[in-house]
Design a protein. Structure first.
Length: 363
């Protein structure tokens, strides 16, 4: 959640709203929004919500929008309506009328963003031959949250390997595994550059405290009555998925190890896979952690879209393509686009008699 005194209206992401709306009605809206670069921000509608801060409820008419980077953006309308004041000196959002004080988290230091941070070794560590070790790492910011760690290959040049992985960072520190495949002891030095870290926004806020059945109706400060049952159903579904995932990950660890690792090392490898099990899909409709990754395409200066000829499909094939597109949209892998860079879905026949569907990569 972001407090933005420069925003005239309070905004909520459409994804978050549909997850927690319960019986809240979505009505039409005449509001039109544009981003700083002038591009439009799609408005879905308006809804009457209760924002819960400091154990108190504050009603507000919020605008539901697509493509919002944050779950909720509290605008000046919310602050003015309920008498909130941003106190930067004490780093709190205060409201004298109800004696509520909400701690602020400054975006500069504590919120995940797509800016890459250099990762440094936080301790001297000796790694035995043909083994792995968990090494403490740090960044220069006091960031806390989930992030993607990628090695800068400085370690590889000396004989150690650090894999690309998801890391949970607490106050700018986290632990990652370094593999020493050589026959000699490998030493990592404190302060050495190991790689880079890119912050991500997680989707799992809904399930905090789900096991005890408490706080299930709250998501990023928004309260709803029907979110409890949805959260509990999601948790049970995840539990069933994890029970089938465990043997699959053990099999993967054994196949990857081959004859080069002993049972203790295989167990350690399985532990790493299990700690980051959310990376793996456990069903046809499970997309793993793809929702939290950001994808960026850099275009060559002066590049122009490649025009593709339209191909007519028979009614049977059109029905199959439409079903595929609906599934991709429901899974939020794609979205409708009017961009000149958009890609058409192409159909290719396989020898099995079925079809494969791909997007061309000419652009």
């Amino acid at each position: 959640m972001l407090v933005d005194t420069g925003a005239g209206r309070t905004l909520i992401s459409s994804d978050v709203f549909h997850r927690v709306r319960g019986r809240v009605a979505l009505r039409g809206s005449a509001v039109r929004l544009v981003l700083a670069d002038g591009s439009p921000l799609p408005v879905v509608g308006e809804a009457r919500l209760r924002i819960r801060l400091a154990s108190k409820n504050f009603p507000i008419d919020a605008v539901v929008v697509d493509r919002l980077h944050y779950s909720v953006l509290l605008g000046i309308d919310f602050l003015t309506l309920h008498g909130f004041v941003v106190d930067l000196k004490r780093n709190v959002l205060s409201c004298e009328g109800v004696h509520a004080q909400v701690p602020l988290v400054l975006r500069e230091g504590d919120q995940p963003n797509c800016v890459e941070e250099c990762v440094y070794i936080a301790e001297d560590r000796n790694i035995a031959p043909r083994s792995t070790a968990a090494v403490s790492c740090s960044i220069k910011r006091t960031f806390s949250g989930d992030a993607i760690f990628e090695s800068s290959h400085h370690c590889e040049r000396q004989g150690g390997y650090a894999a690309r992985s998801l890391a949970t960072v607490l106050n700018g520190r986290f632990r990652t595994f370094i593999l020493n495949p050589t026959q000699q002891e490998f030493c990592v030095k404190k302060g050495a550059l190991l790689g880079k870290l890119t912050g991500i926004e997680t989707e799992g806020t809904l399930l905090f405290c789900v096991k005890k059945g408490a706080l299930l109706g709250k998501l990023t400060g928004i309260e709803t009555e029907d979110a409890c049952s949805a959260a509990l159903a999601t948790w049970r579904r995840n539990q069933m998925s994890h029970s089938s995932l465990k043997p699959a990950l053990m099999k993967l660890a054994r196949e990857a190890a081959g004859a080069s690792l002993d049972e203790r090392q295989i167990s350690m490898l399985f532990g790493v896979l299990w700690n980051y099990r959310n990376v793996f899909a456990v069903g046809k409709r499970d997309l793993g952690r793809t929702k939290v990754l950001r994808h960026k395409i850099t275009l060559t200066e002066g590049a122009r879209p490649v025009r593709q000829p339209l191909r007519r499909l028979c009614p049977k094939d059109r029905k199959e393509v439409s079903a595929l597109l609906r599934n991709l949209i429901d899974d939020k892998l794609i979205e409708p686009s009017e961009s000149p860079w958009r890609q058409e879905l192409c159909q290719f026949a396989r020898r099995t008699g079925r079809f494969a569907y791909v997007w061309t990569t000419e652009n």
